[in-house]
Every structure is written in C-alpha cells, then in structure tokens.
Design a protein around this ligand. Structure first.
Ligand code: ATP
Ligand code: MG
Length: 579
C-alpha cells in the first residue's frame, strides 16, 4: 500500500497497559511460566461491542505471550440460557479472528464444584441455610450496618452434609434452602457476608439437561472454573472488583492445587494445575453514547420487535455490527485505540465509526452507485454506444487493480448533484454549467425536462468529446466531479441506509420516567432503490465497498444476491458531527 494502513496487530510495538505489565512481570519473576486466560460469557444473549473488548484482551494477550485462551460458557443460570446463544458466541469469537484453546462450560465442572462444596462443608466453611430469600436480605445488613448471623449458621458438619446431599437429590423445592459460605457477616464488603454458593432450581439446563436441580452461584463457579483450567490471569470488568475477595476465598479454601482427587470426575478435561493460583484483574467496561449495551435491554428491543432481530444492522451486537459491515479488523483496531485502564468512561460513538472508516478507507474497493437516481441523457452520444472504461479500484493503492465500467448515452446520476437554482458555492451540475463525470469526461447541461407536476425527470446534456479519457482536453480544469452509472448496464439494488438507533447521546437516562425505547430514531433505517455498476452487483455477501461520494457499504450477509443486490450503509464517508 502506498499510504499508511491502519495498524492491525501490535506484533512489533510492545504495548504498555497495566495488564500486559502484570503479565510481563509474572513471567519475569517466574510466578508463571505460561499465560493462560479465558473469555467467559454467559450464554444468555448475543455478544455486543463491549464483549469485543474483553475478547480482544483475553485472546490477544494470551497470543502475544505465546499462551492460550479458553472460551468458557459460564452457564450457571439455566433459566436464561440457550444453545442458540452458545452457537452465536462461538461464531462471533471466530469471526473476530480468535481461536480458543479449548471450549469449556462451567457446567462441565458441576460434579467438581459439588465435591468442592462438600469439602467446604467438611472444613466448616459452608452451611445449609433455611432462611427465605427475603429473610436473607434482612439479615444481610447494609453498607453502614453489619449483617446478622443466620440462625442456621452453626449446624454440624454432619447435618450440613446430609442436607446438602438431599438438596442435590431433589428432596426440597426451589428456594427452600441454600448452601452459603461461612465468611463474615460483619465484613465491610457485603459480598463476604456469607454469600450463597448453591441454590435449588428445578430447571432443565441447556448443557446438563435434568441431571441437576441445584446450581452453583456465579462467583463460586467462576472462581473455581478458572482454577480448574489453570487460568493464570482472569480478566474481567470493574464491577467484579468488589467480588475479588470472594473469588480469592473460593480459590484458597477449595485449594484445588492440593486436592487433585477433586478433579477425577473430569477425566481428560482436567489440566495439570500450575502451583500459582488464578489472579483476577479488572479493567474498565467499554461504553458508547448513542447506544444501549446491556443484554437485557438489547433483548427487549428484539422481543418487542423494535429492531429486526439480534443481527439487525443497527444493533451493537457483534452479529449486528457484522451485518452492518463492521470488519473484524476495524473492531480490533478500535480496542487497540481505546486502550485499557481502570477508568470507566463513556466513549463517543464517532470513535467506533472512525475505526471502521479508517479500516475501509484503506482496504475497500471503490465503486459507483446512485441512491437517488435522476436520468441524464448525453444527446451527442449515439443510442447504441457502449464503452468500457478502465477505473482504478482504489485511488491510493495501485495494487488494488482496476475494473471495467460501462459508459453509454443514458446515465443515472444523483438527484442532489443537479440544482436548477444552485446555492452559493454549488460545484456540481447546473443549467448551462459543466461538471466532470468521474472517469468519463466533461458534460454541459442544456435542458432539465419536467413532468406535469413540475418535477425534473431528465437532464439533457452534451458530452465534450475532447475531454474524454486519452483525449487532449481530458485534464481540462473543472470545479466539480460527480459519479454516475450507465442506465442500460446498471443493476437495480436495494439500498438500506442505516443511521444511529437512538436520537440522544444517553438513551439510558431515566429522566422524566422515559425509557431508552422513547429515544429510538425513526430515521435509523431508510430503504431506497438505487442503481449500482455491474462490478458492485457481482459482490459476494459481506464484501465492502466505498460507493464513491456516498459512503461505505456492504453487500448484505443474508439478503444480497448478484441479480438482486442488497447493500447496507456501514458508515458515512465523514463524521456528521463535523458538518
Ligand atoms: P451485560 O452486562 O451487557 O448483560 P454481561 O457482563 O452480563 O453483559 P457476560 O456474558 O457476563 O456479559 O460477559 C462476559 C465477559 O465480557 C465478562 O468478563 C465481562 O466482564 C465482559 N464484558 C461484558 N460487558 C463488557 C463491556 N461493556 N466492556 C468490556 N467487557 C465487557
Ligand atoms: Mg455478567
């Protein structure tokens, strides 16, 4: 490439963020000899742009340090999880360009987690509690008041073991009791006030079916899953910072490294554990204005039909971004640009759009398309004239090659490229004025033909034969250049003009009892019929182009076909905020 391309990897530049520094230090000190990370989504929805940051960090750091990263589905909440989400998550991670070392489920470890819980009971570190959910809340205390011990806290080991086994055996209904860690009801950290480790749920699980009616709580299952897999650096978002003492408690009290027998049920799925224990490191969540990101809210948009589905090109899901035309490279570039810190912040959506624009500017072939067509007739060109013009695929990159675009007497141009009464500074076509047709020559407009309603339906123009490619006057100076397609050869295409889904920067604000659904942008999808040159119509699904002077477009992943093209606007050519 003849111009600087957007950086795609960091192979040669050592990145300095605090997580990579910890990893480097741990390798240097010998605390770890190999780096093992994991990305642990809960399969209760589709991944979104925030997850892309977590994926790029965990997979990216593992790769940079010659380690590995597991994809683990943290499926401890059976009621909300579904195999549909599992498949989409796998698809998304691969699409972003990463390969997992091993695909795991927290549910693969249910037997180990159960045995570990029995161990905690035997050590006097866990007890079966009969308080109702409401009572548990009452006993928990508040940020300023300590909690109170559960009356069931001092049951004997034998009684606890018996009850826990009967919980597993299905003797009790949902909510009858829980297994709780015995930590400290007066801890300043509420997460340590005897948190639940297991609850009863007579619900079928997406992976284990009806094998279990008790399910481990997230904090417990998560910490131990990391330990089981020999994860060295467990990267997660800041909201887990207050959970870290509980994470460490679970890992330390169960102490898998010294109880390999606990892993027997796993067979080949167990790893030889490193002596070091997993270390949780928190980083800031990725948030953008003009978006909502929580799975719950995205789910509501889908279920209420406010968008066309999880992969609606306006959705911040990875499936939606992909369909919109976001490339994996653009998302990796984004994550690289925003860096990693412990400072939560709301980023401007233009940073996301900018990363795509930069990636596509460097790589997307140029094509001509007209999205609001107006007929233009070159009166001095014969009816049956056709010429194949050779046009560069990329103005700044010769290696992108050339293509042939047909030129003939009747063309489509963009309606807004003609003005009967031009505003000041208008550089495009006017009555009696001249403009250059990209790659074809200079034309003068002689007449604007109108229909009975007074609307312009056709422009009649003269082509300056001396300005044609290769002719003496080809480089004659002229102010404006417009794009066009040959009417006889162009392919009619459905063009989906997408815009931001919300009209306000913070759709999540709860002002005046409004919800994010009140801020949906009615103009966020406009569908028009336009014309594209044959070489655009022939695109493969998911192929991206710059339609000259209009924006970046992608052939729709699902609906595009060469004889019935469908293009989605991925992003405009320039940031609208600058206008
Ligand atoms: P949400 O809160 O949007 O519903 P989640 O946190 O419940 O998402 P998980 O499936 O639990 O989603 O997340 C998997 C991993 O992705 C976690 O380690 C989490 O910290 C990380 N993650 C989730 N959202 C973001 C975000 N906005 N920015 C960075 N990382 C994120
Ligand atoms: Mg979560």
């Amino acid at each position: 490439m003849s111009h600087p391309a957007a950086p795609e990897t960091d192979a040669d530049s050592e990145r300095k963020d605090f997580i990579r520094q910890i990893v480097r230090d741990d390798l240097a000190s010998g605390r770890h000899t190999a780096i093992r990370t994991r990305f642990p989504p809960e399969p209760n929805g589709y991944l979104h742009i925030g997850h892309a940051k977590a994926i790029c960090l965990s997979f990216g750091i593992a790769a940079e340090f010659d380690g590995w990263c597991n994809l683990r589905l943290d499926d401890t909440n059976p009621a909300r999880e579904d195999p549909e989400y599992v498949e989409a998550i796998k698809d998304d991670v691969r699409w972003l360009g990463f390969n997992w070392h091993s695909l795991r489920h927290a549910s693969d470890y249910f037997e180990v987690l159960y045995r570990a819980a029995e161990k905690l009971i035997e050590q006097g570190d866990a007890f079966v509690c009969d308080l109702t959910a409401e009572q548990v809340r009452e006993y928990r205390g508040t940020l300023t008041e300590p909690g109170r011990d559960s009356p069931w806290r001092n049951r004997s080991v034998a009684e606890n073991l018996d009850l826990f086994r009967r919980m597993r055996a299905g003797e009790f209904p949902d909510g009858a009791c829980t297994l709780r860690a015995k930590i400290d009801m007066s801890s300043g950290n509420i997460n340590l006030r005897d948190p639940a480790l297991y609850r009863i749920k007579h619900v079928e699980h997406q992976n284990t079916g009806n094998a279990w009616c008790i399910y481990p709580m997230y904090d417990y299952a998560h910490a131990l899953s990391d330990a089981i897999e020999g994860i060295t650096h467990s990267l997660c978002t800041l909201e887990f910072e207050d959970h870290r003492p509980l994470y460490d408690w679970c890992v330390d009290k169960v102490d898998l490294a010294h109880c390999p027998q606990l892993l027997q049920s796993l067979g080949a799925k167990g790893y030889p554990l490193e002596a070091g224990k997993p270390r949780q490191i928190e980083f800031s969540r990725l948030n953008f204005n003009y978006l909502v990101m929580s799975k719950r809210k995205l789910m509501a948009l889908v279920q209420e039909g406010l968008v066309a589905g999880w992969d609606d090109p306006r959705m911040p899901t990875l499936q939606g971004l992909r369909r919109r035309g976001y490339t994996p490279a653009s998302l990796r570039l984004l994550v690289e640009r925003i860096g990693v810190s412990k400072q939560n912040s709301l980023l401007d959506i233009s940073i996301l759009e900018g990363a795509l624009r930069d990636d596509l500017d460097a790589r997307a072939p140029r094509r001509m398309a007209v999205i609001d067509p107006l007929k233009l007739v070159l009166t001095n060109v014969p009816e049956d004239f056709t010429q194949m013009l050779t046009l560069a695929n990329h103005p700044k990159d010769e290696s992108a090659g050339v293509r042939q675009a047909p030129f003939s007497r009747e063309l489509w141009i963009e309606r807004e490229d003609f003005a009967e009464t031009p505003p000041k500074g208008f550089k495009r076509l006017t009555l009696g004025g001249e403009v250059r047709l990209r790659g074809a020559g200079i034309i003068r407009c002689d007449e604007a033909v109108k229909n009975a309603a007074g609307e312009i339906i056709e422009l009649r123009c003269t082509l300056d034969m001396q300005s044609r490619p290769g002719m003496e006057g080809a480089n004659r100076k002229i102010k404006g250049t417009i794009h066009w397609v040959s009417a006889r050869h162009a392919v009619s295409a459905q063009i989906r003009l997408y815009d931001r889904l919300f009209t306000v920067p913070d759709p999540d604000n709860d002002e005046g009892g409004k919800s994010y659904k009140d801020y949906l942008n009615p103009e966020s999808r406009r569908i028009v019929t336009g014309y594209v040159e044959p070489h655009a119509a022939a695109a493969q699904p998911e192929q991206s182009f710059q339609f000259e002077r209009i924006g970046y477009f992608v052939a729709d992943r699902c609906d595009h076909a060469p004889d019935a093209p469908v293009f989605n606007r991925s992003v405009s050519l320039r940031d609208a905020a600058g206008k």
